[in-house]
Design a protein around this ligand. Structure first.
Ligand code: CTP
Ligand code: MG
Length: 231
């Protein structure tokens, strides 16, 4: 059934989905690869659309697949689909440019985090509503972390208590994200990084293990398993 978005919602969610998926191995662009018979992007958008504050969803699709993505998502939720760019940052910028007037909270997500629960979308948006400029979901780092040199010699042990693994959706006041993208330099892998460069404070909220990024074949196998457990 097609989800209805909330016309009184205050959140736009950008879903960059234009990457190739090189680390997943040969095949279609990653967002279009199947997980339990449906493209990763369908899983991701379905969960975003189920979050009650979401007013708008904009997907940045692989350039060659814009029409296919529109057709694929039409039964899932009403979404805007734009062509993505060569880097994730360019895909996010293209999606941001397509957000209509209205939503003052913008979340930037990854199609590759296909099992992200709607509750995480809501908790990030709620933290922005309390007056934060930028909010990221994080998990503690569980492994011991070493710094090494070019010859794989250990230079030292990093204090992991002060480290966090960062997920998406990352949330921003719309004006803050727009300003960061206007003055963006070299491409970064996340939007909070751009905002940090503007001197804006970024605050962490608890992430979700279900928001894992499907990057390598192992992650796809894990996601298949998680779906069987009701994720
Ligand atoms: N992405 C995008 N446009 C790009 C590159 C990435 O929209 N030019 C999106 C991907 O589709 C993904 C998200 O950004 O949903 C996170 O990127 P990543 O996990 O690195 O995906 P890929 O770039 O597709 O994978 P890889 O780096 O292995 O090629
Ligand atoms: Mg990539």
């Amino acid at each position: 059934m097609t989800a209805q978005l909330n016309p009184r919602g205050d959140v736009a969610v950008l879903v960059p989905a234009a990457g190739a998926g090189v680390r997943l191995g040969p095949g279609a662009p990653k967002a279009l690869r199947l997980l339990a018979g449906e493209p990763l992007l369908v899983h991701a958008v379905r969960r975003v659309a189920a979050a009650e504050s979401v007013h708008t969803i904009v997907v940045a699709a692989p350039v060659a697949d814009v029409e296919a993505v529109r057709a694929m998502l039409a039964p899932v939720a009403p979404v805007i689909v734009v062509p993505g760019g060569a880097e994730r940052q360019a895909s996010v910028a293209a999606a941001l440019a397509a957000v209509p007037a209205g939503p003052e909270i913008v979340l930037v997500h990854d199609a590759a985090r296909a099992l992200t629960p709607p509750e995480l979308v809501e908790s990030v948006a709620a933290a922005i509503r309390t007056g934060r400029d930028a909010v990221i979901p994080v998990l503690p780092v569980v492994d011991t972390v070493k710094e090494v040199d070019g010859a794989e010699r250990v230079l030292g042990t990093v204090d992991r208590a002060a480290l966090r693994s960062v997920q998406t959706p990352q949330g921003f006041r719309r004006s803050v994200l727009a300003a960061a993208h206007r003055s963006a330099g070299d491409p970064l892998t996340d939007d909070a990084g751009l905002v940090e460069k503007q001197g804006v404070t970024v605050t962490c909220v608890p992430g979700s293990e279900l928001a894992l990024k499907i990057t390598r074949p192992f992650d796809l196998a894990l996601a298949e398993y998680l779906l069987t457990t009701g994720a």
